[in-house]
Write a protein that binds this ligand. Structure first.
Ligand code: NDP
Length: 449
C-alpha cells in the first residue's frame, strides 16, 4: 500500500537553520524598506547610509515599539478586512470548480467568485471617490499607519501559521463516515489530512515554516487560495491608492508616473484575483504546504514591499515624458502578453486542449509541451513576469537603487523557483525530464539563461 503522507527526507531553503534565518530576515527586510523610503531619506536625496537608517529606526520604531507590537486600531481594522473578505469569499455565489487530483485520488472544490468580489470592491471605491474626492479616510489611515499595519500583518501571519500547523494534526471527519475510500481512514469515520510533500520532515520549526498541510481548510473554505489571492493582493492595491491620494493632497495633482505605477500594478493584481481558476494549477497550490512562508509572503511581504514604488513617488515628484511613458507601457504589454499567453497555453494543454502542439510523452504517461511558448524556454512565463517587474520600477527613473528592489528580488525569486521546479520535475519525470531539457535548453530567458 502506498503511504499517503511520506516523510520529507530532503528539506529545502537550507532546512531548519535556513528557515530560522528567513523567519528573522524576511520581516527585517520589510522593515528596512520602510525605513529606507521615507521623508528622512527624501531630505538626503535617498543617499542610503547607516546613520540615516539608525535615525529612521529611532524615530519610527524605537519610540513607538509598544504601540507597534500591539496596535489596537490596526488589529481591529485588519481583522475587519480579513474577516469581511473571508465571508465574501464564502458567501458570494460563484462557479464551482475542482482543483487537480490529489494523492488520495480526491479533488477539492473551490468557489470561484473573484469577478463578483472585484466588481463589488470597485463599485465601493469609485463611489467613495465620487462622494469624498481624494480624501477617503480609510486611505489616509492606510498611509499614516503603514508601519503599524505592517507589524500587524506580520503578527497575524505568525498566528495563522500556528493555527494551520496545529490543525494539521487533527484528523478530518468524513461526512459519510467511511474514510475516503483509499485506505487512509481509520474505521471511525476519521481520515488523515493530506500533507505537503515538502512539509512533513517532523522538524517542528521547518514544517511550521514551510507548511505542513497541503490545503488547510475550514469546511470548504480554502485558507491557502484565499490568502494567496485576496487580503494581501487587494491590500497592495489599496496601499498604492493611498499613496496616490496622499500625493494629490500634498502637491495638488497626480503625476503621470504615479498614475502609471497604480495602473500597471492594478492590472496585474486584478488579473491575479480574476484568474483564480488558473491558480489552481500553480505550484503554490498543488505542491507547497501553507505555513509561515506563504502566510507571511501573501499577507505582509506582498502588500508592504510591492507598493514601494508608489510610496517613493509620493515622496518624490516625478513627471515622465510621453516617450518614457510609451516605452514603459510597451514593456508592460510585452511582459504581460508573454506571461498570460504562456500560462494559458499550459493550462489549456493540461486540461486536454491544444493536442496539435508537439509534446513528449513522459514515463508517467502525462505529456510535456515542446512547442509553442513552452518550446522557447522551460519557464517562459517567468520571463514575462520579469519584464513586467521592470516596467513597474522604471517610472521612478534612476535616482536610487531602492526602487529597483522589486525587479532584483523578483528575478532572484523566479530563478530560485526554477531551480526548485527543476528538482521537482526531475523527481517526477526522471529521464523524460532530461529529454525535455535537451529539447528546450533555456531555463527562463531565451538565448541567455
Ligand atoms: P509554472 O507555471 O512554470 O509551472 C511549473 C509546472 O508546470 C511544472 O512543475 C510542471 O508541473 C509543469 N510543466 C513544466 N514544463 C511543462 C511543459 N513543457 N509542458 C507542460 N507542463 C509543464 O510555475 P509557477 O506555478 O511557479 O508559476 C505560475 C505563474 O505565477 C508564473 O507566471 C509566475 O511568474 C507567477 N508567479 C508570480 C509570483 C508573484 O509574486 N507575482 C510568485 C510566483 C509565481 P506538472 O507537470 O507537475 O503539472
Amino acid at each position: 500500500m502506498t503511504v499517503l503522507n511520506p516523510v520529507t527526507k530532503t528539506t529545502e531553503f537550507g532546512g531548519p537553520i535556513g528557515s530560522l534565518i528567513l523567519i528573522i530576515f524576511l520581516p527585517l527586510v520589510t522593515l528596512f524598506l520602510f525605513l529606507a523610503c521615507n521623508e528622512i531619506y527624501l531630505m538626503e536625496g535617498f543617499n542610503l547610509n547607516l546613520q540615516l537608517l539608525k535615525d529612521a529606526f529611532n524615530i519610527y520604531v524605537y519610540n513607538d515599539l509598544n504601540n507597534l507590537l500591539f496596535d489596537y486600531q490596526s488589529w481591529k481594522y485588519y481583522l475587519y478586512w480579513f474577516i469581511s473578505l473571508a465571508l465574501l469569499d464564502v458567501y458570494i455565489p460563484g462557479n464551482e470548480k475542482f482543483g487537480i487530483k490529489l494523492r488520495d485520488g480526491s479533488k477539492l472544490k473551490y468557489n470561484i467568485n473573484g469577478l463578483q468580489l472585484v466588481s463589488l470592491l470597485l463599485i465601493i471605491i469609485c463611489s467613495r471617490f465620487y462622494l469624498l474626492g481624494f480624501n477617503l479616510p480609510e486611505l489616509n489611515f492606510l498611509y499614516d499607519n503603514f508601519l503599524n499595519l505592517m507589524f500587524t500583518t506580520w503578527e497575524f501571519s505568525i498566528l495563522l501559521s500556528f493555527f494551520v500547523y496545529f490543525t494539521s494534526f487533527i484528523p478530518l471527519r468524513n461526512k459519510n463516515g467511511n474514510g475516503n475510500g483509499n485506505g487512509n481512514g481509520n474505521g471511525n469515520g476519521n481520515y488523515e489530512r493530506i500533507l505537503s510533500i515538502n512539509g512533513n520532515s517532523k522538524n517542528i520549526l521547518f514544517d511550521w515554516f514551510i507548511g505542513r498541510e497541503l490545503n488547510p481548510r475550514i469546511g470548504d473554505w480554502d485558507i491557502k487560495l484565499f490568502c494567496e489571492l485576496r487580503p494581501g493582493l487587494l491590500l497592495w492595491f489599496l496601499l498604492n491608492l493611498s499613496c496616490l491620494q496622499r500625493q494629490f493632497q500634498k502637491i495638488g495633482y497626480i503625476t503621470n508616473s504615479m498614475i502609471l505605477v497604480n495602473l500597471l500594478q492594478f492590472i496585474y493584481i486584478i488579473d491575479g484575483v480574476l484568474n483564480e481558476e488558473g491558480c489552481l494549477t500553480m505550484v503554490d497550490i498543488t505542491t507547497d504546504g501553507f505555513g509561515f512562508m506563504l502566510a507571511f509572503g501573501d499577507l505582509c511581504w506582498v502588500p508592504f514591499c510591492y507598493c514601494l514604488q508608489a510610496r517613493y513617488l509620493t515622496l518624490k515628484e516625478i513627471n515622465l515624458t510621453n516617450f518614457e511613458m510609451l516605452i514603459i507601457i510597451l514593456l508592460m504589454i510585452i511582459g504581460f502578453y508573454i506571461f498570460k499567453a504562456s500560462n494559458n497555453e499550459k493550462n489549456n494543454f493540461r486540461s486536454g486542449k491544444l493536442s496539435n502542439l508537439k509534446s513528449i510523452k513522459t514515463e508517467r504517461g502525462t505529456k510535456l509541451l515542446i512547442e509553442g511558448w513552452w518550446g522557447i524556454s522551460q519557464h517562459i512565463n517567468y520571463f514575462g513576469d520579469m519584464i513586467i517587474a521592470l516596467s513597474w520600477c522604471l517610472p521612478t527613473k534612476f535616482n536610487t537603487i531602492l526602487t529597483y528592489f522589486y525587479v532584483i528580488y523578483f528575478t532572484s525569486l523566479l530563478i530560485h523557483r526554477q531551480i526548485r521546479d527543476d528538482e521537482k520535475c526531475f523527481k517526477k519525470y526522471g529521464n523524460s525530464w532530461i529529454e525535455y531539457k535537451k529539447k528546450v535548453p533555456y531555463k527562463i530567458i531565451p538565448y541567455v539563461y
